[in-house]
Structure formats: structure tokens, C-alpha cells
Design a protein around this ligand. Structure first.
Ligand SMILES: Cc1cc2nc3c(=O)[nH]c(=O)nc-3n(C[C@H](O)[C@H](O)[C@H](O)COP(=O)(O)OP(=O)(O)OC[C@H]3O[C@@H](n4cnc5c(N)ncnc54)[C@H](O)[C@@H]3O)c2cc1C
Length: 285
């Protein structure tokens, strides 16, 4: 299937400053990394206004490194390279990446997966649960944005024209993490996905982060009310039930009935995934 765009110009700047300048000054220009999401959504007409692709490949934004308090993943790092990284071994990251077909992981980049702001992409959910920070730049200035503040709406990243994602930073810690998802077909996009990261003391929850994605009405989001309710609680079977009920009714879980399933079934799925994730995460060493 061909790309459905009206693109007639393709530029490959060698400096971030030049790339950002083009993206800022030309509203018909758009960044391209692996091109897989552009391919996917051009079919829906998302890129019909674009006439110039600005290739980010030559900008030296790839690679994974360890900083004093975080791991830094360059924006154009391929998803497969993150999966194979010896450095970053968070279980949830691995599970989320394994949900994405291998062919796509070989082409798709971390920056493209995050920027797209698709509700049913897997990696952003895991990154949110890991409290990731995004380093963004306009080629001159840099700032960091918390992953859970990066999306203003579905397909709407919270970033000004002329800025690109430079890197994703993950805090280094000993959190236990689990990523779970359900899809309608073996290789389908997620219908419901949920990631839990947990700091436990004995069986008491010192800290917990719960993020969700899938066939939801918002971009991937954290369930802050669920997290708040569970912090400080002892994990036992009654807590699983209590947590699952809270997930089902969370103010942050916005779902509606569509061709994939009914609203109530989606709520049920998230509650189920929460219980499964929590049961699994407490058994991790
Ligand atoms: C057949 C298929 C199946 C897929 N299945 C899954 C799946 O199961 N789970 C899942 O999570 N994902 C899935 N994906 C999505 C895939 O993982 C993403 O398309 C990919 O990660 C996007 O990266 P990219 O480099 O190709 O982005 P591109 O397509 O190059 O870019 C996507 C968007 O991000 C912008 N962009 C790219 N890099 C940057 C940057 N550094 N800064 C600012 N803007 C940037 C572009 O302008 C564009 O708007 C699938 C894709 C395909 C084609």
C-alpha cells in the first residue's frame, strides 16, 4: 500500500537547528523518522496537508546511554534496539515492545511512537508508568516534559511547532513492573493495555503508578485516583478487588462503546488487567 500524502520535497538536515528551523517556518513540513506511523495514518488522510518531509536520521539522536540518575534513549533509536538493550531491563518495557510486530520494531523509533499520541500504542503506556521524561528541543533551547503531561489530546502532542523530541529519559530505580494488554486479534492493536510499576515494602505499597492505553477516548493516561487510593495499602485479595473496582470507575478511564466492544466490557477489561498485573508484579523479585 503506498503512502497517501502530497509530499513533493524531502530534506535531510545535518543539524538539529536546521531541522527545527524548517519545521517552524514551514507549516507544510513534518518530521519523519522510521515513517511507519506516517504510513499507517496517511491512509486516514492525516498527512494530506504536508508537502515536505524533514528526515531526522542524520541528526545523531540515536543510542542509549546511562546518566547518573537516568537512562537516556535518543529519539531516533529503533524500537528493536531498545528491546535488545543490555542497559535497560525494565520488564514492562520489554513486554510493551514485544507487542509491536518485529518488522515495525526494526523501522519504528521511540520518538515516532511517543509523538504520535495514539491511544492504542503500547510503548507510551509503559513509559508513563516508568515516570519517563521527554527532552524536547527547538535546536537552540531544550526543556524536559513529564511523559504524563505530554499529550493534550488524542493525536495531539503537547509540543510547539518547531520542537522535536530529542530523547526519552527513564529514572534508574528498582521498581517492579508489569505490562498487560488484550487485543482482538493476535497481532492487533491493543483493545486495553495497562502497566503497573510498584515499590513495595514487605507487602505494603510504598508507591504505585498505573497507566493505561488501548481503545480509549483519550491518549494513554495515568489513573491518578487509583494510585492515590492504593498508596500505603497492604496487598491482599481484598485490595485486588478494591483496586479493580476503583479502576473500573476511575475518573481518568474514559471509554465508550464502539465497533470493538461496549463501554462496560472495556471497563471490565481494565479491571481484569489491573488484577492480573498486580498479582504478577508482587511475585517479582
Ligand atoms: C503495521 C503496523 C503495526 C503496528 N503495530 C503496533 C503495535 O502493535 N503497538 C504499537 O505500539 N505500535 C504499533 N505500530 C506503530 C509503530 O510502532 C509506530 O508507527 C512507530 O513506532 C513510529 O515510529 P516512526 O519512527 O516510524 O515514526 P514516523 O512515522 O516517522 O513519525 C510518526 C510521527 O511522529 C513525528 N516524529 C517522529 N519522530 C519525531 C521526533 N523525534 N520529534 C518530533 N516528532 C517526531 C512525525 O512527524 C510523525 O508525525 C504499528 C505500526 C505499523 C505500521
Amino acid at each position: 500500500m503506498p503512502f497517501k500524502t502530497n509530499v513533493s520535497k524531502y530534506v535531510k538536515p545535518s543539524s538539529l537547528e536546521d531541522a527545527c528551523e524548517i519545521l517552524k517556518s514551514d507549516e507544510k513540513a513534518c518530521a519523519i523518522a522510521g515513517g511507519t506511523a506516517i504510513f499507517l495514518f496517511s491512509v486516514r488522510g492525516f498527512f494530506s496537508q504536508i508537502d515536505t518531509f524533514v528526515d531526522l536520521e542524520a541528526l545523531d539522536l540515536h543510542g542509549i546511554r546511562k546518566l547518573p540518575n537516568s537512562y537516556e534513549i535518543g529519539a531516533t533509536t529503533k524500537l528493536q534496539d531498545v528491546l535488545e538493550s543490555e542497559l535497560i531491563r525494565y520488564d514492562c518495557l520489554k513486554s510493551a515492545l514485544l507487542s509491536i510486530p518485529r518488522e515495525v520494531r526494526n523501522m519504528g523509533t521511540v520518538g515516532g511512537e511517543v509523538y504520535t499520541a495514539a491511544p492504542n500504542f503500547d510503548l507510551p503506556v509503559a513509559l508513563m508508568a516508568l515516570n519517563a521524561m521527554l527532552k524536547v528541543t527547538n535546536g537552540k533551547n531544550e526543556r524536559t516534559i513529564k511523559m504524563d503531561e505530554f499529550y493534550s489530546d488524542v493525536f495531539s502532542p503537547n509540543i510547539e511547532r518547531g520542537f522535536v523530541i530529542k530523547a526519552v529519559q527513564l529514572p534508574i530505580n528498582e521498581l517492579k513492573t508489569v505490562y498487560k494488554r488484550v487485543s482482538n486479534t493476535a497481532h492487533g492493536f491493543s483493545l486495553a493495555s495497562l502497566c503497573v510499576s510498584l515499590a513495595l515494602e514487605e507487602l505494603v505499597i510504598k508507591d504505585i503508578t498505573v497507566a493505561i492505553g488501548g481503545s480509549i477516548d483519550t491518549p494513554p493516561t495515568r489513573l491518578f485516583d487509583v494510585e492515590q487510593e492504593l498508596r500505603g495499602s497492604q496487598i491482599d485479595s481484598s485490595l485486588l478487588e478494591k483496586g479493580a473496582k476503583k479502576v473500573k470507575k476511575s475518573d481518568f478511564l474514559k471509554v465508550s462503546s464502539d465497533y470493538t466492544s461496549s463501554e462496560s466490557y472495556k471497563r471490565h477489561l481494565f479491571a481484569y488487567l489491573f488484577k492480573e498485573a498486580l498479582k504478577e508484579v508482587v511475585t517479582k523479585r
